[in-house]
Design a protein around this ligand. Structure first.
Ligand code: MF3
Ligand code: CO
Ligand code: CO
Length: 283
């Protein structure tokens, strides 16, 4: 999501702000979040075999849309979301596109890297997740960027538990990306999620340990680091959605929706292929 500047949802340290504004989910809501998360994950698994040289991103959009609507009996959250209304049902961000790429009639070609970002609404609750795909054989640089970006996400997830602070999440992502001479995009961030697509708090992917809101059991939010091979700066294209790197360097992103449990975290959008535990407990 776009990071709001000068708004009440701008990150302010917990001490200054007094109270955490994140919505704590009830057990009934958590069950709905599990269902929505699983469906979003299943869309990414389903679309994998179609991500090949020659396919257009609009064809990928149509396959996902039909699957979500007809098979899952769910709603694709991006369609008509925001201002101007997002025109498609998934985001497809290719190569130097950071996020919010609009599916089009452009064909994928050998060596392209693409992030597919899926958000479904089921029974009023959202599941939001994205994954990188490579078309044919990726360059060494692309492969490394994709791996390091996933490591940023996994390293942050592995530390999530009550008492962790938002600055800790940002610091983990930033430190890992910068150790590889990559940069973290700052204008877009993760977010609380539930009955709304984007809730408080904003989850930025850079920051200082021991700062920011404190995580509590029952919070649901996404972590979705965007990592550039070059400089961190972004710009929005005239379509008012597509975000690209200013220097045209490659960019990668991975996203999961998480639930903070009493002892750690549950990855609500985990796919079977992933080498990550769905439930991580620190006790
Ligand atoms: N799924 C994106 C996120 O992770 C938001 C996409 S908004 C859209 O927050 F309108 F572009 F779909
Ligand atoms: Co998303
Ligand atoms: Co998101």
């Amino acid at each position: 999501m776009r990071k709001e500047i000068n708004s009440s949802s701008t990150l302010v340290s917990n001490d200054l702000r007094g109270a955490v504004t994140a919505i704590i989910k009830t057990p009934e809501e958590i069950e709905k979040m599990r269902v929505a998360g699983k469906l979003a994950a299943e869309v990414l698994t389903m679309i994998g075999p179609y991500v090949k040289k020659g396919v257009t991103t609009d064809e990928l959009n149509t396959i996902c849309h039909d699957y979500i609507v007809n098979e899952q009996k769910a709603v694709p959250a991006p369609l008509n979301y925001g201002h101007p209304p997002f025109p498609k049902s998934i985001c497809t961000s290719v190569n130097h596109c950071i996020c919010h790429g609009i599916p089009s009639d452009k064909k994928l070609k050998d060596g392209d890297i693409i992030n597919i970002d899926v958000t479904v609404i089921k029974d009023g609750y959202h599941g939001d997740t994205s994954k990188m795909f490579v078309v044919g054989k990726p360059s060494i640089l692309a492969e490394r960027l994709i791996r390091v970006t996933q490591e940023c996400l996994y390293k942050a997830i592995e530390q999530v538990k009550p008492g962790m602070r938002l600055g800790d999440i940002g610091h983990i992502c930033q430190t890992h990306a910068e150790a590889h001479n990559y940069s973290i995009v700052r204008e877009y961030c993760g977010h609380g999620i539930g009955a709304s697509f984007h809730e408080e708090p904003q989850i930025v992917h850079y920051g200082k340990p021991g700062t920011g809101d404190v995580l509590e059991p029952g919070m649901c939010f996404t972590i979705e680091p965007m990592v550039n091979a070059g400089k961190r700066y972004s710009k929005v294209l005239p379509d008012q959605w597509t975000v690209v790197t200013k220097d045209r360097s490659l960019s990668a992103q991975w996203e999961h929706t998480l639930l903070v449990t009493e002892t750690g975290v549950e990855v609500l959008t985990l796919r079977e292929e992933e080498a990550l535990e769905r439930v991580i407990s620190h006790n």
